[in-house]
Design a binder for this molecule. Structure first.
Ligand code: 3HC
Length: 697
């Protein structure tokens, strides 16, 4: 008998228990253990009914993702599920935690399902670039009908136990906290009542009723926008449709073919990389599970602007009180008003209740004095990017805050060590770089200074988790990981337009790659004045910063979305960028002024120059130890800048392209264009020479 799946009998109920921490994933050992335990149950003449339960925090959370890409070892999951469904004795699944993917598919192979009220079920394979490949696309619609099955399978969203009951996915919900006990009670009832097996594959009423309906064509049309660039959601629809057009066994065959297409797609590889990378980033070099973590029960935020307000909302959403300090009452009132409006909008959309609006607002207080920070455990400064002001603020915080309070800056570029030097406690100073809108974007780039203590590093990583962000720990340098790479891309995009490309062409190459918006649409969103101010400051400091057509935009007060005109123009109430002939003219005039003869620029050149310049910078970031691993950079870009997760992040993408291809291009641009940005990274060269990748440094 397998160690991870055991069989025992309680009265006339044969109990099959899976115990494979952390999430009872269906590894080869679990699959073969399930088959063996089921067989034992069949042979046990005292067992009238069989019960499948799991130990630990959850029911089976799906196939073992670590086995993907390796040769399949029998028995495969569809066969395991089939064994359960074929059982002559009724099998009951007792679900706690989450029954996901192959876990739910196994439960659907059982004849009855009982779930704890806290449990959730779902088929999240699509998030890994897959479709449910063990009968989920064939069995779920037999219970729920086409529409709901399509929604669940193409979104991967989980459904709570009560909704699952209403949808017919589970047969009973138990209010207790013990799945084994709930399962035993349910199983005893089935045994006592002599209930027969009930196989989902034989349930056909919904299949018959919806055969030939136009639900599939309608659903596909809706997906075109939602799943732009993605492969597997469309395959999910094909597979569910097969449940309605084909007999069960043929539908299963079709599901398998489509599943294998997804399994072999590069998107699956990218999404699985992103899945593990998201979990790996929480393991920070130098920290361990034993590193002490400070309790953060209250926070202070400096600045009630868009950033400060968004930051405070994150904490209120997690039930942690936040006090915002502003200089003027008017600015404070305005900021608090915007926060309320944001919450009210969420309530209008049904995302939260009106009561939650009030509860969260009650957790956010305003003040005009730093005295309000005397007892807080963490203060996050979110004023504009000016070192002198930040240092003044940190000196003040040092005087006011209690010992042990963490002093954080939301700076997106500035030197954390210099900020920390304004205090007598640099070990408590750290960067916490949120991304706008701060209450929405999932990334939290935590920046360690030279003196930041391990305890403080561990605490800000824990805080990220608490406020449901993905925290990535990075080192201190101008722009850290994300903006340092972004600035290189921005400068290159601007040069491409100088040389002859149009802003639309550049943006299209980036959106075709899968970014939600291109470089220039993003500049319009952030404000053209932001980059302009930085360039002006550098010029004033005596740096040689080339003139740009974007300076002209700023000088004409075309500041982006906020003035309804920037690189693009905008219509009242719309964020859709519209190409503007006036800007084309401005660019043409600029080229003439600079004596530039525009040339045809290919999309390939745009792709290479915008992306490879970032990869080269990413390699330098690794070389300097600013990021510990390439996957940290990948997560920064996926969650901070909308890099398509299905490409796994920029560094993973680079590995797929081939580092030798990238190095060749970088060297070519270094010869043709020159500049520090095209100087090949030593690490990139070393990896190519050694035939290695960023993923296997
Ligand atoms: N396979 C292998 N490892 C898994 C796993 C899986 N399916 N699911 C989670 N893990 C690992 C994680 O990598 C992590 O490992 P680590 O501690 O070494 O970093 C550990 O389990 C705990 O995971 P989380 O940190 O994510 O724990 P949470 O409690 O926050 O979340 C969860 C638990 C909701 C189960 C979440 O892990 C999750 O969503 N897992 C993926 C579920 C999934 O996608 N299932 C479908 C798989 S594909 C499939 O089933 C194909 C089939 O149709 C044929």
């Amino acid at each position: 008998m397998s160690e991870v799946v055991t069989y025992n009998r309680e009265g006339n109920i044969g109990v099959i228990t899976v115990d494979y921490p952390p999430v009872n994933a269906l590894s080869h050992s679990v699959r073969s253990g399930l088959v063996a335990a089921l067989e034992q149950g069949q042979l046990d003449s005292e067992a009238k009914v069989l019960l499948l339960v799991c130990e630990g925090r959850t029911f089976i959370a799906g196939a073992d993702i670590r086995e993907f890409g390796k040769p399949m070892q029998e028995p495969g999951l569809p066969a395991v599920v089939r064994h359960f469904e074929d059982s002559e004795k009724p099998v009951i699944a007792a679900i706690h935690g989450t029954a996901l993917g192959g876990g739910l598919e196994t439960a659907l192979g059982c004849h009855y399902r009982v779930a704890l009220s806290s449990a959730k079920v779902g088929l999240p394979e699509v998030k890994l670039g897959l479709l449910p490949g063990a009968g989920g696309t064939q069995r779920l619609p037999r219970l729920t009908g086409a529409q709901k099955a399509l929604e669940m399978i193409t979104s991967g969203e989980f459904v709570g136990a009560k909704d699952a009951l209403a949808l017919g996915i589970v047969d009973a919900v138990d209010e207790g906290g013990d799945a084994r006990a709930a399962g035993l009670v349910f199983a005893q009832k089935i045994a006592d009542e002599g209930k027969p097996v009930r196989r989902v594959r034989d349930v056909t009423d919904k299949i018959e009723a919806e055969k030939g309906s136009d639900v599939f064509s309608q659903f596909r049309a809706g997906l075109e926008k939602k799943a732009r660039g993605l492969f597997s959601p469309f395959k999910c629809v094909d597979a569910v449709e097969a449940a309605f057009n084909l007999p069960f066994d043929e539908g299963m065959k079709r599901e398998r073919e489509l599943f294998m297409e997804c399994m072999e797609s590069p998107q699956r590889a990218g999404l699985v990389h992103a899945f593990f990378a998201e979990r790996e980033v929480s393991k920070v070099k130098g920290l361990s599970k034993d590193t002490p973590v400070r309790d953060v029960k209250s926070v202070g935020v400096i600045g009630a602007g868009t950033m400060g307000g968004g930051i405070a909302m994150n904490f209120a959403n997690a039930g942690i009180p936040a006090t915002i300090v502003e200089v003027k009452q008017e600015a404070l009132d305005k900021g608090l008003g915007i926060i309320r409006k944001n919450y009210e909008n969420s309530a209008k959309k049904g995302r939260i209740t009106q009561q939650q609006v009030e509860e969260r607002m009650a957790l956010i207080n305003g003040s005009l004095t730093y005295d309000a920070f005397r007892d807080v455990d963490l203060v996050i400064e979110a004023v504009f990017e000016n070192m002198a002001i930040k240092k003044e603020i940190f000196a003040k915080l040092d005087g006011v805050c209690k010992p042990g309070a963490i002093l954080a800056s939301n700076t997106s570029t500035l030197d954390i060590d210099e900020i920390a030097s304004a205090t007598k406690r640099p070990e408590d100073v750290v960067g916490m770089h949120f991304f706008s809108p701060a209450n929405v974007m999932k990334l939290l780039e935590n920046v360690r200074g030279t003196h930041t203590s391990d305890e403080v590093k561990a605490t800000v990583m824990a805080v990220a988790k608490k406020i449901r962000k993905v925290g990535v720990m990075v080192g201190n340098c101008h722009g850290f990981v994300g903006n340092r790479m972004l600035h290189k891309r921005g400068a290159e995009a601007m040069s491409l337009v100088n040389e002859g490309a149009t802003p639309q062409q550049v943006d299209k190459v980036l959106t075709d790659l899968g970014y939600p918006m291109g470089q220039f649409a993003m500049s319009d969103l952030a404000g053209i004045d932001v980059g302009y101010r930085i360039r002006e400051e550098r010029r004033n400091a005596g740096e040689d910063v080339a003139p740009s057509w974007m300076d002209k935009l700023a000088e004409q007060n075309r500041l982006g979305q906020k003035t309804m005109a920037g690189v693009y123009k905008y219509e009242e109430g719309s964020r859709k960028p519209i190409p503007d002939p006036e800007v084309d003219q401005l660019i043409a005039d600029f080229r003439e002024e600079q004596g530039i003869t525009p040339r045809e620029i290919t999309d390939q050149e745009i792709l290479e120059r915008c992306m490879y310049v970032m990869i080269n910078e990413g390699a330098k970031i690794l070389e300097e130890g600013i990021a510990d691993r390439a996957l940290d950079i990948d997560i920064v870009w996926i969650y901070g800048y909308g890099f398509p997760a299905y490409r796994g992040g920029p560094m993973f993408w680079a590995d797929q392209i081939g580092l030798d291809t990238i190095l060749n291009a970088v060297e070519k641009y270094h010869d043709d264009i020159g500049g520090e940005q095209w100087k090949p990274s030593a690490l990139l060269k070393k990896l190519v020479a050694e035939g290695k990748t960023f993923g296997k440094l």
